[in-house]
Design a protein around this ligand. Sequence first.
Ligand code: FMN
Length: 167
Amino acid sequence: MVDQPKGSSHLTPSAENGPELRKAFGQFATGVTIVTCNGTNGPMGITANSFTSVSMDPPLILWSAAKSSLRHDSFTGAEYFAIHVLKQEQKSFCEIFSKDSYDFDGVELHPCPKNVPLIKNVLARFECVTYAIHDAGDHTLILGRLTAVMVSEGKPLIFSQGKFQDV
Ligand SMILES: Cc1cc2nc3c(=O)[nH]c(=O)nc-3n(C[C@H](O)[C@H](O)[C@H](O)COP(=O)(O)O)c2cc1C
């Protein structure tokens, strides 16, 4: 029997253990991004913390879209998309795009030749052409090949344990 530190628990990963599994996944601290594309009903965004870098050569990133999301098909069907890494002071973007896909009111944008919203003043921005789409259980992995990158100065917005964390 493995010695368990006080307050820890072991679980079998299964549908019945969903809340505990979600809690375990949530222990991993991530940044927060807004992914944008030109969807079937026009330019749109979604808050996502599943972003990760994948490859330097070729330059690839990925994020995963929940199949349960109304936005899923727009993102999996998009030829181009952009990932925006948020700064600490950009919590409001996270809140807007976790609720409303199309609300760019008050969000400053660069000119967007492919109708993919490019949000100004973020910590980093990755413009991508869709490279591959992989089925992954109740999510779809969307891999992008970078076509342009912007990097800036500032502190990242951090999300862990279901809430924003101070850096
Ligand atoms: C911090 C945070 C991270 C999220 N990360 C993801 C993600 O990686 N993938 C995803 O599909 N949805 C993610 N969501 C959920 C979406 O932002 C959004 O709330 C959800 O798609 C709403 O459902 P709808 O698309 O059906 O309107 C995240 C939400 C929050 C607040």
